[in-house]
Ligand binder design. Structure first.
Ligand code: ADP
Ligand code: MG
Length: 320
């Protein structure tokens, strides 16, 4: 298969056909209509085999996740995703792989009204770079540097299942088949909180998506906002399965440091906290208060009013 037939067959029509795409895949560049927009939000993320996903990951899941991690960045800004580009490096042209990969990407793109408008296709070790472009009114964008002393710290969903899923691939853990399936779905098919973020945005001061682990990601908010965060480790929301397993095996830190959750962590001024809970309830979204923003700097973890010490650290690509 030639480069051009791959593009034509698998990537020329992906996701939702949007009216604001004036020229999509096939020319030297795509053209989109931005005349009705305030501002653009733009982000890119790369997934590399054996770094971001194990080689055993199904191509459908790789396609899904490569877009999901980018949509999660849009969610963290309260931006609405519109267009994506895809730079794909493949070791070979495996038709079954390409069909499954492009279907996973497309299925998630359709759910979020996103169209693939361009990209690049090359040969080499498997690597996937997705750029996402969305719109946001700059006044409403959720940033990392707006947390205020007195804010409550919140997180959506449950943390740690994805990290536990990853662990279940390399270690023999005593999960039933359905339990393992649940954990691997959390790892491979994250559902980025795009709609939820838009709904909560009016009440939120600062936000980030949880991709590298809550401790690391919340620390970015704290640093950029020049405040201190006090988090009650026992308040961190985990699934029943995670809770059961971590208690037995002393894995408490996975929910704090594991990563791949793609939930939102955000801060809310006191006067808006009730409203946030109300909006979350309306959406059927689990939204948990895990701590407070106070004066000072850095992240302070506590458990039953004692200082809690992390036993592991978050992922860092360049850590020595
Ligand atoms: P050029 O040589 O001008 O860089 P390419 O041959 O790389 O153009 O790409 C041809 C067209 O196909 C372009 O519109 C490009 O955006 C698109 N394209 C290439 N690879 C992909 C891909 N993996 N996904 C989506 N569009 C792609
Ligand atoms: Mg090119």
């Amino acid at each position: 298969m030639s480069e051009f037939s791959i593009i034509e067959k698998y990537f020329s029509v992906l996701g939702r056909a949007r009216k604001d795409v004036l020229l999509g895949v096939g020319d030297d560049a795509a053209i989109v209509d931005t005349s009705s927009l305030h501002a653009l939000a733009i982000s890119v993320d790369t997934l590399i085999e054996n770094v971001h996903f194990p080689a055993s990951t199904s191509p459908y899941d790789i396609g899904w996740k490569s877009l999901a991690v980018n949509l999660s960045d849009m969610a963290a800004m309260a931006a609405t995703p519109r267009w994506a580009t895809l730079a794909l490096t493949l070791p070979n042209t495996d038709k079954t792989w390409l069909t499954a990969f492009s279907t996973g990407f497309s299925d998630l793109a359709k759910l979020h009204n996103v169209q693939l408008i361009g990209g690049d296709t090359t040969r080499g070790n498997l690597s996937i770079s997705v750029q996402i472009i969305g719109n946001v009114n700059e006044m409403n964008a959720l940033r990392r540097d707006r947390a205020k002393v007195g804010d409550g710290i919140y997180v959506t969903g449950c943390l740690g299942d994805a990290a536990l899923g990853l662990k279940s691939l390399s270690e023999s853990l005593s999960f039933s088949l359905t339990e393992k399936d649940t954990l691997l779905t959390a790892l491979n098919r994250p559902n980025p909180r795009v709609k939820e973020a838009l709904q909560l945005q009016p009440y939120v001061n600062a936000a980030i998506d949880v991709s590298d682990g809550l401790a690391a990601d919340l620390s970015h908010i704290l640093q950029k906002s020049q405040v201190c965060g006090v988090v009650d480790v026992d308040a961190i929301p985990v699934s029943e399965l995670y809770g059961r397993y971590s208690q037995k095996n002393h894995f408490h830190d996975l929910a704090l440091c594991g990563g791949d959750d793609y939930e939102l962590c955000f801060t809310v001024a006191k006067r808006h906290e009730k409203k946030v809970q109300l909006e979350a309830k309306k959406m059927g979204l689990l939204c948990t208060r895990i701590g407070d923003i106070v004066e000072g700097s850095g992240l302070r973890l506590k458990q039953k009013n004692e200082t809690y010490k992390l036993q592991q650290s978050s992922y860092d690509h360049f850590k020595e």
